[in-house]
Design a protein around this ligand. Sequence first.
Ligand code: ZN
Length: 258
Amino acid sequence: MLTFKNINIISVILLTGLLVSELYLNIPLLAYIILGLFWLVMTTIGSFNILWNYHLKAFNSNSDLKEKYVAITFDDGPNSNLTPQILQLLKTYDAKATFFCIGKQIEQFPGMVKTIVKDGHTIGNHTYSHSPQFDFYKKQDIVKEIEKTNELVKSIIGKKMKLFRPPYGVTNPSIAKAIKITKHHVIGWNIRSLDTVIKKDYKILNRITKKVSPGAVILLHDSQEITVKVLEQLLLFLKENGYQSITIDNLFNIEAYA
Ligand SMILES: [Zn+2]
């Protein structure tokens, strides 16, 4: 498997091979540069692609599932305007979802967290600040971000979240070490809607619907106006095709709270 550990082992073996060969042959500098580039390219792709499970094991989809269940997930909320619209749509279509909330947003709209849980959806941890520099944080700072958000939600619903989604789906050795301490389940996705990037709702919808299959995890954002439009069409598509959206904990049969 292409994991950070395996790529490091392969790179060290190749490097040792090159160094030993130096005793008998004249190894060109280019060979070392290619080896360095190999490590860098693999690690960059692995860090940016949560599906690779490069630094840690994430729940990205449940391919064992034969029934037509999927999990719709929303990141970056709660949002005072958009989250209620999304909750209303989910209610209309009798669908359940998982909301990966940012601590700072929870502080502003604690009532929304209560409503999400009351409606039968699941809340997950998406860091406190969602800082663009999060991936450069040290292990202790990552633990603090996760625990601060856990405490916030505990003060509202009385339970500690066990699900965590890293910002942008980026992982690295520090995040992997932090998760070993906080013991969260890391949740990824296998359908990225790109609803924060694409400007046309039909294009976003098309990206999702062509990939929908049993056990899929769909990434959306309740911080985007366009997502409300996409969601209504998506829920209609799922209904017409016999699919049901359930929470992440139900999709993978894991604990959402401690
Ligand atoms: Zn996010």
